[in-house]
Design a protein around this ligand. Structure first.
Ligand code: FMN
Length: 193
């Protein structure tokens, strides 16, 4: 069993990383391999719409996305987090998402998917926001993540949305940390089946 987690905040050791770390802690198991990546450690160029992926498999850029295409394919669970930036995901995460156009092209243009479309994967999304809770605060992120999870053939099973994070950092929020811990336990239960 393989878990792939991507921390979409460019800030290390902050709220998004703490939430992911907490989920991953409760997922630890001898049968589970966990890999965590921070967008701040990755070099992923933004898609330039050159359309090369509609003619040849994969992307013309050879950066950390080459590794991530492989990791998405191998993963059983994909956990992604992002701070809310202008109601959307971080630019660093959006670059990763847009580069999944090469997966889309491999499936729907070249009919030679670079991702195993028969493999069952599950996806979970976490987002944090500086603004206090309001009904639509995170709603723009949902269709983005939905399409992303579809591109990697992942069933989008849920979200953890945490508002008001700048005023109440996660390390002081035991309730949300324990929610994150429980999400890890739930994912583990699903994995073990
Ligand atoms: C460029 C930028 C844009 C932001 N836009 C929003 C926003 O639209 N709504 C909001 O609630 N918070 C916004 N914030 C606050 C961040 O969402 C918040 O600081 C972040 O979730 C903290 O996560 P981190 O500690 O893991 O980096 C923004 C922050 C930055 C730097």
């Amino acid at each position: 069993m393989k878990i792939l987690a991507i921390v979409g905040s460019p800030r290390k050791n902050k709220n998004n990383e703490a939430l992911i770390t907490n989920i991953l802690k409760s997922l630890q198991d001898p049968t589970i391999t966990i890999e965590k990546y921070l967008v701040s450690d990755l070099i992923v160029k933004p898609c330039i719409a050159c359309d090369a992926c509609t003619r040849n498999l994969g992307c013309i850029f050879n950066d950390d996305m080459t590794m991530l295409y492989k990791k998405f394919n191998e993963a059983d669970v994909v956990i992604i987090s992002s701070p809310l930036y202008f109601n959307s995901v971080s630019a660093q995460l959006k670059s990763i998402i847009d580069r999944c156009q090469a997966i889309w092209s491999s499936k729907y243009v070249l009919n030679q998917s670079i991702i195993d479309i028969d493999k069952k994967r599950i996806g979970f999304f976490i987002s944090t926001a500086g603004m206090p809770e309001s009904p639509e605060l995170f709603s723009a992120t949902i269709p983005i993540m939905d399409l992303f999870f579809k591109s990697i053939n992942c069933e989008y099973i849920g979200n953890l949305f945490v508002p008001n994070i700048d005023a109440h950092p996660i390390i002081e929020d035991q309730e949300t940390l324990s929610k994150a811990h429980n999400i890890g336990l739930e994912l583990k239960k699903r994995l073990k089946g």
